[in-house]
Design a protein around this ligand. Structure first.
Ligand code: SIN
Length: 285
């Protein structure tokens, strides 16, 4: 197995292992180790069916059944989210604006995603890229004073800040807001496998628990800008057959709308289930 860095801050391509076949336990361990080091790993030219995508993902961890976003799964496969701009039953796709602000998956639930594995089925001729930033480096780059301050904060995640909410079916959004009330998670999280500390705040953080939105906003903005500086980012330009796997405990990502929306883009994602976390809070003042 070869591990080739894709950017300075994060990202590596893995070659020399056929993930569509019988992957050995030793190969899974080596992939996991590379993943912990690079935070985002990429496999190219993968040709597989949904069952193989699910089976490979399960080798790392239990999978989320996406009960927090039940309308977005691939029919017959609760383990697969379908993220696409291709209309369904004559209606605009509900997932066409998914991921258009910096975030970590399922942060608005009580099981923030451990990791995600996104497979490119169809892509526009140009664009539709996804960017990733390293939240371990972001945390380590703070002054000791600010590290101390954020260590005491709980970031509140609010489903209404998910990108594209205003463009979705209002009835479905009402239901999703009920399933996913605002929830607070530690602003600095310790990785449950590697033990590394990472900043856990995003453009879906409405405020810090115990503070008003007005008080929280400047710090949220600073932390997001600090985390997403170009030198802390890897930008993935998709090819059909790419499988990009990111660790949601140590990264944020952003799906760019940098493409012709009349061209189809279709991706399938498994979500590796995270640990129970957080407490539900009332909306901020
Ligand atoms: C996501 O946020 O999970 C989707 C990313 C993408 O479509 O590039």
């Amino acid at each position: 197995m070869e591990v080739l860095p894709l950017a300075h801050a994060l990202g590596a391509e893995i070659r020399g292992v056929d993930i569509t076949g019988a992957v050995t336990d030793a190969e899974i361990d080596a992939i996991r180790e590379a993943w912990h080091r690079a935070h985002v790993i990429v496999f190219r030219d993968v040709e597989w069916a949904p069952d193989q995508h699910i089976a490979f993902s399960r080798r790392f961890r239990g999978l989320d059944d996406h009960a927090a976003t039940p309308h977005d799964t691939l029919e017959g496969y609760p383990e697969l989210l379908e993220i696409t701009n291709i209309p369904k039953n004559g209606q605009p796709s509900q997932t066409r604006n998914t991921g258009r602000n910096w975030h970590s998956d399922y942060s608005y639930t009580n099981r923030p995603a451990a990791a995600s594995m996104l497979y490119c089925v169809t892509k526009p001729p140009v664009g539709g890229d996804t960017m990733f930033c390293n939240m371990v480096r972001a945390y380590e780059g703070l002054s000791d004073k600010l590290k101390g301050i954020v260590a005491d904060l709980q970031s509140v995640y609010d489903f209404s800040l998910v990108s594209g909410v205003g463009k979705r079916d209002p009835e479905k959004i009402k239901e999703l807001l009920k399933i996913n009330p605002p929830i607070a998670h530690p602003c600095v999280r310790e990785h449950d496998e590697s033990g590394v500390k990472a900043l856990y705040v995003s453009e879906r953080t409405s405020h810090f628990d115990g503070m008003t939105r007005e008080e929280s906003e400047p710090l949220i903005k600073f932390l997001c800008a600090h985390a997403t500086r170009p030198e802390n980012v890897y930008r993935h330009q998709w090819h059909v057959g790419d499988l990009v796997c990111w660790d949601n405990r140590t990264t944020m990502h952003l799906a760019l709308g940098d493409f012709d929306e009349s061209q189809p883009r279709r991706m399938l994602r498994t979500t590796l289930r995270g640990e129970l976390s957080g407490f539900v809070v009332p909306p901020a003042a």
